[in-house]
Write a protein that binds this ligand. Sequence first.
Ligand code: B12
Length: 290
Amino acid sequence: MEKIFTPKQVAEALGVSESSIKRWVDRGTMQATRTVGGHRKLPLSAVVQFARKQGHAIAQPELLGLAAEHSKCPLELAEAREQLLECVLRGDEACCRALVEPFYLQGHDFVELADDLIAPVFHQVGELWESGDVTILQERRGCEVVVATLHHLRRLLPPLAHDSPTAVAATPSGDHAELPIRLAELVLREKGWNAIILGISLPVEEIRSAVESRVPKVSLLSATHLDDPEAFVEQVNRQLLEPTEAITKWVIGGQAFPCVLKSHLKCERFSHSMADLVEYVSTLQAAPSA
Ligand code: B12
């Protein structure tokens, strides 16, 4: 259940007067509902989206159940990456949330969060693991704390419209990397898509049956590590992409595909980034429905 606040509580958190909050609500700048008695009620996501759009700092985020900021001044991207890497390697969830949540509240979107902050940090974790400077425990615990942070961020998104288009996302059997599809879910949710994660490490035939029953406008497949990429491309083309090409648009991404194989995938788009995914889906949203 989403947290709901009174204008007085929000005023205190934002460090403004209660009358300013009521004025913003009455002008429609801040979304609110009314009780039967006519009192204004403000959902957390409405306060957060107001703060992001208006560039309004939240003076006391803890009053809204948000993380107290890691650092009071907005961080440069390079600095944010450096600090996130430290939190990830320490497996410190509170520190990770206190860094990433304000980054989002300051107006950065999920595309930036994915492509410019989280992915580069984990690529660095991978390099450190390869050179023996990071343990498997640190790598796995690091993923856990970021996944937990993403769950917190999810509840800051505004509710979906009843007619929002559907997208599904999965990773295939044997691929246990969670971050790409969790990030894709948030990126698409932010753009108004009803993005549903089918699951991680799912057999291809089960992904296919989920797509056939849900008929999503877009389907995403992410693969970070495959034992035999060539055999996988052959199987996924034959058992998943070809049989469902008439009912959904496939977008595939992930580090598992060597360059030579990407063009063999029978998908609409191979995406290297969340920015590219957003660019692609915006062409679908703009297109008149058939
Ligand atoms: C964390 C991690 C794991 C964790 C994942 C845990 C979890 N809960 O998610 C676990 C423990 C499973 C793991 C295991 C292994 N791993 Co590992 N792992 C990583 C690590 C450090 C981070 C992966 C990650 O989450 N990155 C962050 C994401 C956000 O970045 P990204 O994948 O690049 O995604 C971005 C884009 O590529 C794109 N994108 C990706 N997918 C998609 C999909 C769509 C639809 C779109 C639009 C975009 C898109 O958008 C994202 C945002 O920009 C990487 C290092 C690295 N370079 O990433 C190694 C890495 C992927 N692992 C590697 C290896 C070798 C392994 C193991 C084989 C180790 C072993 N011997 O057991 C196993 C294989 C497990 C398996 N079969 O899945 C190698 C893979 C080399 C390769 N390509 O074959 C890497 C690159 C490390 C290295 N430097 O060697 N790993």
